[in-house]
Design a protein around this ligand. Structure first.
Ligand SMILES: [Zn+2]
Length: 63
């Protein structure tokens, strides 16, 4: 066992499912590309920030 070579870990891109390298050279890991990363973040953002406007709900006046 003399091989100290870094074994590149492969992961499936969470966005498109494409196999990509999970390594420091892949700036977009665990995504395969910048596009996939942005797409995923975009999805996340639109989901998370889809908050209704700040109108207070009309609470029923029931005591
Ligand atoms: Zn991808």
């Amino acid at each position: 066992m003399t091989q100290a070579a870094v074994k590149v870990r492969k992961v499936a891109c969470p966005s498109c499912g494409e196999t990509t390298e999970y390594s420091p050279t892949n700036a977009f890991r665990p995504f395969c590309s910048q596009r996939c990363k942005l797409v995923d973040l975009g999805d996340w953002a639109t989901e998370k920030f889809r908050i209704p406007d700040h109108t207070p709900p009309d609470l029923p006046e029931s005591e």
